[in-house]
Write a protein that binds this ligand. Structure first.
Ligand SMILES: [Zn+2]
Ligand SMILES: [Zn+2]
Ligand SMILES: [Zn+2]
Length: 164
């Protein structure tokens, strides 16, 4: 054994004992660390070598926005499933009693809609560009509607997913 310590050598893979590789950030903002003996093979869509992956907690980012309930700063949080939300920085969670404390303001970030100067191939209305909270983009017709009461979609159903 050598006693050389490198920055990323402090943590070892629990499966094979090799040092973990560099921290990698996914498109949806999640962070992971792979075993240095494993690598993603884009041709076979499998991992070559050691398959250990460690998901890291994403640090909440303090926003320049105030909580509408109590006026404290809001935090931007990415959940383990890649969903983004804003929550109040005074919110607390007691894992022993499983009781949430502080302010309970939460706002889920759904997505952004931008107007496009492109015509719908189906009905010639304008298209809009929709970016989901996970960063996926799609073009859809601006006449498309969604009735949350009856859970039915109306208007033109043209949708085009964009590859990023
Ligand atoms: Zn490993
Ligand atoms: Zn608050
Ligand atoms: Zn249309």
């Amino acid at each position: 054994m050598d006693d050389k310590t490198s920055e990323k050598g402090s943590e070892v893979c629990p499966k094979c004992g090799s040092p973990l590789g560099e921290v990698f950030e996914t498109k949806s903002g999640k962070k992971l660390q792979r075993c240095s003996k494993g690598s993603w093979n884009p041709e076979t869509h499998t991992i070559d070598g050691c398959i250990y992956v460690k998901w890291l907690e994403v640090e909440p980012v303090t926003l320049d926005e105030k909580c509408p309930k109590c006026g404290a700063p809001l935090l931007s949080v990415v959940t383990r499933f890649g969903k983004k939300m804003k929550k109040c920085s005074t919110a607390t969670w007691d894992s022993a009693t499983k009781i949430a404390g502080g302010c309970d303001y939460v706002e889920w970030i759904k997505g952004i809609t931008e107007q496009l100067d492109e015509d719908c191939p189906k009905c010639a209305a304008k298209l809009v560009l929709f970016t989901t909270a996970a960063g996926k983009k799609l073009k859809k017709c601006s006449t498309a509607t969604w009735d949350p009461g009856t859970k039915t979609a109306g208007g033109c159903d043209y949708v085009e997913w964009l590859r990023s």
